[in-house]
Design a protein around this ligand. Structure first.
Ligand SMILES: Cc1ncc(COP(=O)(O)O)c(C=O)c1O
Length: 490
């Protein structure tokens, strides 16, 4: 674990190397003739009037040439780049992912569960976790997070809840958790992992939003430091990596088979991995490993200035960052008076784009800014917005994910597969088994999961989200009037 206050000397070693990126540049500098895929032939075959934005990057968009290694059988530069990442993150093995954390979540669960295995899963997990459970034919035992009153979200998984679930379901084979949440809040993961390891249960952590926690204080502890067995990072979410670039880290091969993970990664990822995405993963690791104390002080000073500016928005409050609990790279604005969707729209009208609005909380995700950050656009936007009267907020502030205690699906995914479905209006939906998954997006956490019994409370939450114009993903055709359920009355 690197502490930014101490180990500038120690970081360094070979972490300045970027083997994969360098190899791509070397290859490109040879001005090679391409008689291979992709069809754009190093950018030479392309609609000429549209090439400009792509020009520099196209020659790096290569394929598995003999000097460029193979993501699915790494023995050359990709292996070197992955080894550097494993060294930096202090894990046994790092896999580069080109299909996002989605593919990492699928592979880690498929590699760990056999059909019918009972798996303890945080209920407010991303849909990719739910998809993995279904593909693996696992039997999820869901645990719900507790309310974190200080931030008005349900996000705390407690050791007691996990203990109770293990007591109730002693055949559990693994534990799947998400840490931190989308807003950057964490809980005492270390204690939970200790408990699970006492029972020799592997702990798989979706740390999509926490690749940068490896930097140490003042960030909350990373899942790797907390002792997780597998950790998946969306490098593209918080590091300077291209979209879809993620890492899967195996921290302990005592409880997890690296071979099985590699096997499933081959299945769930493309056989034509993007070298541009992979090179960006090489560079993102380099970027993280070479951040100096001075760099980070500059970043935090810029973040503070942004927070100060955002604090001057009228009728809007800002959540404080609790040391060791909340990620200082995130800022959450909220209000009981004005509609944060309107604030978001007005900021956008001034060229400022935040990450998302959920339950009248607006999430701003910061980056590793340097001294050059230009505040003028934000200053101007804040001034303009403060001249307006934002719409009043009329939604229900309690429209969070409804807690469901510790629960097991009544039927396995395989059993559900054989049932007929029908569409019913909302008035007839309560008490029926959902045949489709309903997911507010972002953040992509299913509100009603296929196979769950629909409760009045779920519909209340769903309808309040609709009133807030939150975008909802679902399989059916008319979510405004009802949804699809299984035909058999069980
Ligand atoms: C907690 C969590 N896990 C996984 C994912 C999926 O990550 P990716 O987009 O890298 O596939 C997301 C995406 O938002 C997420 O929020």
């Amino acid at each position: 674990m690197l502490d930014i206050n101490e180990c500038e000397e120690e970081i360094i070693m070979n972490q300045y190397q970027t083997p994969l990126f360098d190899k791509l540049i070397e290859h490109t500098n040879e001005n090679p003739v391409s008689f291979h895929v992709p069809g754009h032939k190093n950018g030479r075959v392309f609609p000429s009037q549209k090439i400009n934005p792509f020009k520099e990057m196209m020659p790096l968009d290569l394929t598995e040439l003999s000097n460029l290694d193979d993501l699915h059988q790494p023995e050359g530069v990709i292996q070197e780049a992955e080894a550097l990442a494993a060294d930096y993150f202090q894990v046994e093995q790092t896999f580069f992912l080109v299909n996002g954390t989605t593919s990492g979540n699928l592979a880690m669960i498929l590699a760990t569960c056999s059909p019918g295995d009972e798996i303890l899963v945080q209920r407010n997990s991303h849909k990719s976790i739910m998809h993995a459970l279904e593909l693996a034919g696992a039997q999820p035992i869901f645990v719900s997070p507790d309310d974190d009153e200080q931030v008005d979200r349900v996000s705390i998984i407690s050791r007691e809840t996990i203990q109770e679930a293990i007591n109730r379901y002693p055949s559990i084979k693994a534990v799947v958790l998400t840490y931190p949440d989308y807003f950057g809040s964490t809980y005492d993961l270390e204690k939970i992992i200790e408990l699970c390891h006492e029972k020799n249960l592997p702990v798989l952590v979706d740390e999509a939003h926490g690749a940068h926690l490896q930097l140490g204080t003042p960030f909350p502890k990373s899942a790797i430091e907390c002792g997780a067995d597998v950790v998946v990072h969306s490098a593209h979410k918080t590091l300077p990596a291209l979209t879809m670039g993620s890492y899967l880290h195996v921290c302990s091969s005592k409880r997890i088979s690296i071979k099985r993970i590699a096997h499933y990664l081959q299945m769930v990822q493309t056989s034509s991995p993007s070298y541009v995405v992979m090179a960006s993963l090489d560079l993102a690791r380099y970027f993280l490993a070479t951040r100096t104390k001075k760099d980070l002080e500059a970043t935090f000073s810029q973040i503070q200035k942004i927070r100060d500016l955002l604090s001057s928005l009228q009728n809007v409050s800002m959540q404080s960052v609790r040391p060791g609990i909340d990620d200082p790279m995130k800022t959450t604005l909220y209000s009981n008076d004005v509609d944060m969707r309107d604030l978001d729209a007005q900021l956008q009208a001034n060229g400022i784009y935040a990450e998302m609005v959920q339950n009248n909380q607006l999430l701003v995700i910061h980056g590793f800014y340097d001294e050059q950050f230009d505040f003028s656009r934000l200053e101007q936007a804040v001034k303009s917005v403060n001249k307006l009267k934002l719409n009043d907020f009329h939604g229900k502030i309690t429209s969070r994910h409804a807690e469901k205690d510790i629960q097991r699906l009544e039927l396995s995914f395989q059993e559900l597969h054989h049932l007929e479905t029908e569409w019913v209006p909302w008035s007839k939906a309560v008490g029926r088994l959902a045949a489709e998954t309903v997911t507010p997006y972002p953040p992509g956490i299913p509100l009603i999961l296929r196979g769950e019994r629909i409760r009045e409370k779920d519909l209340e939450v769903l309808h309040s989200k609709e009133q807030l114009f939150q975008s909802i993903q679902y399989d059916g055709y008319d979510l405004t009037r009802g949804m699809t359920v299984y035909r058999e009355q069980i």
